[in-house]
Write a protein that binds this ligand. Structure first.
Ligand code: ADP
Ligand code: MG
Length: 229
C-alpha cells in the first residue's frame, strides 16, 4: 500500500546539493507494523516528512493505496494527508490552550465536520486510548504518557489508514513507553498500518519488521548482517 520508488532527497547548502536520502525503495503492506531505525542524522525525519507528504523528494515516486502522492495539486494532497495519515511526534505537538477533547477535534474542524459529530468522534477515540476521564484537561495537567495518548487519539480521529510516528516514545520513561507501544500494537491488531521511526533497538523490537537507515540508505537484516534494501 505504501510504496516508495527511487526516492532521492537533497538540500541546497550554498552552491552545493547535499544528498540526504539516496535511492530509497520500500514497500509497506496494509496492516504491517514497521519500525524504521537509524542513528541521529541518518535521515529518519526527512523520510518521515516525505511519507507524511509534509515535504517532497528531489526525485522518485510515492504511491499510497495506488494514489500518486507527489504530482497532485497541493490542496488534493493536503486532503489525502488529512484523511489517510495520522501523525504522532516525540514532543506531542498539542495545542497548550486547548483541552484534550478540543485537541482531538482539530483535524475534524479542518475536514469540516459538524460540532456534534466532532464531539462524539473525539469522545470515542479518547475513550479508546484510555482517557475518558481526562477529556476536559489541558496538556499542562496531563502526564507525558497521557499527552501522547491525546496525540494518538488526535491521529485516530479521522480513521486514517496509517499512522506515522516519529520517535513516539523518545520523551517518555521506560514504563510509559511500553504502555504507548502496547497501544500501538492494539491499534495495529485492529488493522491500522503503523510506521514508527526510532533510534532505540528495544522500541523497534515491538514492531513486526525493522528497516534500517544508515546515512540516507535503507537496509534489511539477514543472518545478523545489514544488506542493502
Ligand atoms: P534524523 O531524523 O535521522 O536524526 P534528519 O532526517 O533530521 O535525521 O536529518 C538528516 C540529515 O539531513 C542531517 O544531516 C541534517 O542535518 C540534514 N537536514 C535535515 N533537514 C535539513 C534542511 N532543512 N536543510 C538542510 N539539511 C537538512
Ligand atoms: Mg529525527
Amino acid at each position: 500500500m505504501i510504496k516508495l520508488t527511487n526516492i532521492f532527497k537533497s538540500y541546497r547548502l550554498g552552491k552545493e546539493e547535499v544528498p540526504i536520502l539516496k535511492n530509497i525503495n520500500v514497500t509497506i503492506e496494509k496492516g504491517e507494523f514497521v519500525a524504521i531505525m537509524g542513528p541521529s542524522g541518518s535521515g529518519k525525519s526527512t523520510l518521515m516528512n516525505i511519507l507524511g507528504c509534509l515535504d517532497k523528494p528531489t526525485a522518485g515516486e510515492y504511491t499510497l493505496d495506488q494514489a500518486d502522492m507527489l504530482t497532485g495539486k497541493d490542496n488534493f494532497l493536503a486532503e489525502i494527508r488529512n484523511r489517510s495519515i495520522g501523525f504522532v511526534f516525540q514532543t506531542f505537538h498539542l495545542m497548550p490552550r486547548l483541552t484534550a477533547q478540543q485537541n482531538v477535534e482539530m483535524p475534524l474542524i479542518y475536514s469540516g465536520v459538524k460540532k456534534k459529530v466532532r464531539r462524539e468522534k473525539a469522545k470515542i477515540v479518547l475513550e479508546k486510548v484510555g482517557l475518558a476521564d481526562r477529556t476536559g484537561f489541558k496538556p499542562s495537567s496531563l502526564s507525558g504518557g497521557q499527552k501522547q495518548r491525546v496525540a494518538i487519539a488526535r491521529a485516530l480521529v479521522n480513521e486514517p489508514s496509517f499512522i506515522l510516528a516519529d520517535e513516539p516514545t523518545g520523551a517518555l520513561d521506560t514504563k510509559t513507553s511500553e504502555q504507548i507501544l502496547n497501544l500501538f500494537t492494539e491499534l495495529n491488531e485492529e488493522g491500522i498500518t503503523i510506521v514508527m521511526i526510532t533510534h532505540d533497538k528495544e522500541v523497534a523490537e515491538k514492531a513486526d519488521r525493522t528497516i534500517y537507515i544508515r546515512d540516507g540508505e535503507l537496509f534489511t537484516e539477514e543472518k545478523g548482517e545489514l544488506i542493502n534494501a
